[in-house]
Design a protein around this ligand. Structure first.
Ligand code: PLP
Length: 378
């Protein structure tokens, strides 16, 4: 599914030297590399501010805390995402409201969001929409921008899977009022441990986020607001600074790998138009307005679980992102949703399958994957 060593070997010397330099400087907390990484990453994202923090989960929390999303506020998002998109809303004390996904892109559907905004109880104060750029493809930002204007809302990007993705030529991280990135080791831009980044073009939000990540202190031991300890580790920043030099190339290689998959599936006559699979597989839909960086290559397949077992028996890895939509999770039962609330999310959870995808994947490996799937479907 993933072979990290193929990325590490060619850059090993640079990484070790960067870590060594941090050790020599002995500045492990918010050192020089953190500032340099924040500046370089914000510049690549074409946004004024980058604020490093401990994880993508914390970046989501910081985004909402910086924007003063408080108890009594609600935030609208998707149930078809990683856990922390929703848990971070609860962490600032706000109420998560959910809407269904577009079955082609798996991203939050602006039409469902508009309906949810119209249907909400009058007492519910919706402050923000939190779309996720799932699998490395930006959510429909044209439509979300219209909703932002119509309903006077903030837009927050969960860009954890989308470093380098674009919408109408503009990078993820610069689209919303705030955006959250994760550099968890499996992400397309990844650290050697936990790390995250908040980006924003808003000076006030940036200033607030900078103090929130250090216990609300501007001056040491004088606390302006109740913050938290969520700093980006200097060693992780040093690793990320090295990788930042390669990320565009790696994203391009991912796009090439996606093209190889598409050609192989089409060549075998297995690609179907979708959005649901019949006897073949539905390939990822790429919105022409965006630049998909293929953090994951996700197909829809009939008899998905049997296919996955079949692949395991042939030594081929695959993953399910995500097997259970968040509104059906035990811990979120209190949100008031049930089976049937979001049919597209529930159906996607039963049909999606992520195939091996990383920049160094080879043609031969991809041929093996597609041949095995062809054998299963024959
Ligand atoms: C990985 C991920 C997160 C959380 O990031 P961490 O760094 O693991 O805390 C949040 N949202 C999405 C969509 C993710 O994929």
């Amino acid at each position: 599914m993933l072979d990290f060593s193929r990325q590490y070997q060619p850059i090993r010397a640079e990484i070790i030297a960067a870590i060594e330099q941090v050790c020599d400087s002995q500045h492990f907390i918010l050192g020089e590399e953190v500032r340099r990484f924040e500046t370089a990453a914000a510049s690549l994202c074409d946004v004024a501010h980058g604020i490093g923090c401990a994880s993508g989960t914390d970046a989501l929390w910081l985004a909402m805390a910086a924007a003063a999303i408080d108890p009594g506020d609600a935030v609208l998002t998707t149930p078809f995402t990683f856990f922390s998109t929703v848990s971070s809303i609860l962490r600032v004390g706000a109420q998560p409201l959910l809407a269904d996904i577009d079955p082609r892109t798996y991203n939050l559907d602006p039409v469902s969001v508009a309906t949810a905004l119209q249907d909400r109880a009058k007492s519910t104060r919706v402050r923000a929409i939190l779309p996720v750029h799932l699998y490395g493809q930006c959510a429909d930002w044209d439509k979300f921008t219209q909703l932002k204007q119509k309903f006077d809302l903030l837009l927050i990007e969960d860009a954890a899977q989308a470093f380098g993705a674009k919408w109408n030529g503009r990078p993820a991280g610069s689209l919303g009022d705030l955006a959250a990135f994760s550099f968890y080791p499996t992400k397309n831009l990844s650290a050697y441990g936990d790390a995250g980044l908040l980006t924003t073009g808003n000076d006030r939000f940036a200033d607030r986020a900078r103090i929130l990540r250090v216990h609300g202190m501007r001056e040491r031991y004088f606390h302006e607001v109740v913050g938290w300890n969520s700093r980006l580790d200097t060693i992780q920043a040093a690793v990320l600074l090295v990788k930042l030099r390669y990320i565009e190339g790696w994203n391009r290689q991912r796009q090439e790998r996606a093209k190889v998959y598409a050609d192989l599936f089409s060549g075998q006559g297995l690609a179907e138009p979708g959005p649901y699979p019949d006897r073949g597989v539905v390939l990822p839909y790429v919105d022409p307005r965006g630049t998909h960086v293929f953090h994951q290559y996700v197909i829809r397949a009939p008899r998905r679980d049997a296919l996955r077992t079949f692949l395991v028996e042939r030594g081929i890895g695959s993953e399910i992102y995500y097997p259970m939509p968040l509104h059906l999770q035990q811990c979120f039962a209190g949100l008031g949703y049930a089976e049937g609330s979001f049919p597209e999310s529930e159906r996607a959870a039963k049909e999606v399958l992520a195939l091996p995808m990383f920049p160094e994947l080879t043609d031969e490996e991809q041929q093996r994957v597609v041949a095995a799937i062809a054998e299963f479907l024959s």
